[in-house]
Ligand binder design. Sequence first.
Ligand code: FES
Ligand code: FE2
Length: 363
Amino acid sequence: MSEAVDIVHSLDARYYTDPEVFRIEQQGLLAKTWQFAGHSSQLEKRGDYFAFEVGGQNLFCVRGRDDEIRAFYNVCQHRAHELVAGSGNARSIVCPYHAWTYELTGQLKAGPNIRAVPGFDKEKVCLSSVLIEDFCGFLFVNLDPGAAPMDEWFPEAREQLSAFVPDIERLKPLEWVEIQENCNWKVSIENYSECYHCQLNHPTFATGVVKPETYDIQPRGYCLRHTTECQNLDQMSYPIDLEANEHAGDYSSWFLWPMFSFQVYPGNVLNTYHWRALDEEHVVVWRGWYSINGVDSEVVRRLAVQDRATTVEEDIHLVESVQRGLKNRGYRPGPLVLDPNHGVRSEHSLKYLQSWIREAIDG
Ligand code: FES
Ligand SMILES: [Fe+2]
């Protein structure tokens, strides 16, 4: 008799192709998870603000006079005009429609002729705020007012990241690389979250600094942590001072469900992935590259170019082919390769990822 085995199949194609699923994600998943807003260095001075979008909602963050960073829905409490566009600096937020004026705390301060209104209590008018967290200098918002803090979603990620990038609080963005992919965002994050395809498709991976046989991906809360041993550090395309700190010679990555990832290369070089889903068949991936104080770094710039030309380029072809395949009537979701010993040639990380996807869409 054969032992009972736990065969897990990949998700049905409709999760990646159905506009209705995308609509559910916009209103459900994106409104309940921690979403990247921007970097704290964009709000250096009091009064600095920038607008952004999450799940189709227009939002903005601003640094207050008390130095606190707050996030609000970008809408006036009078008759719904949008308050700010792009980025800038302001002493107070003035609505372009009828000039109602708000403190940087969101409190209504003044408005033309509002005093003439009997019983008008401006203390009762305040912008709608949104939860915001500064995660090692990276700003994330959650549209769910009752959301658990990021440290509960992603246990220990903050501490680990600070250990891997000792200067993380002093980093500033140096380079942004925008990558368009004609695929569902989940095809892209699944591809990011398994390395079963790496040996065959990423020659630089298989022969480079990462020791493939030690590569592993494990969940911790809603974080998928990639770890590996490194090799050939003396043959890197840039010099590394291995004595600089404990993790100077390490590679690691923290994927924060659902659409963000921190990645650290040897030499404590931090780079990020931010997926933005445009619709059910298009996603834009923003690769961010950082340096201490944003100081120009030939090493970081070269890495960004090299990464775009190799791993990223190789992955685009894979995910776009998968998206076409998901619309092929001949596709039946196949079994995931779940090796009980995990390791680089196992897809156990997809089992977790797909269970989170099911949970988000099917409730
Ligand atoms: S809509 Fe903003 S002041 Fe009227
Ligand atoms: Fe890949």
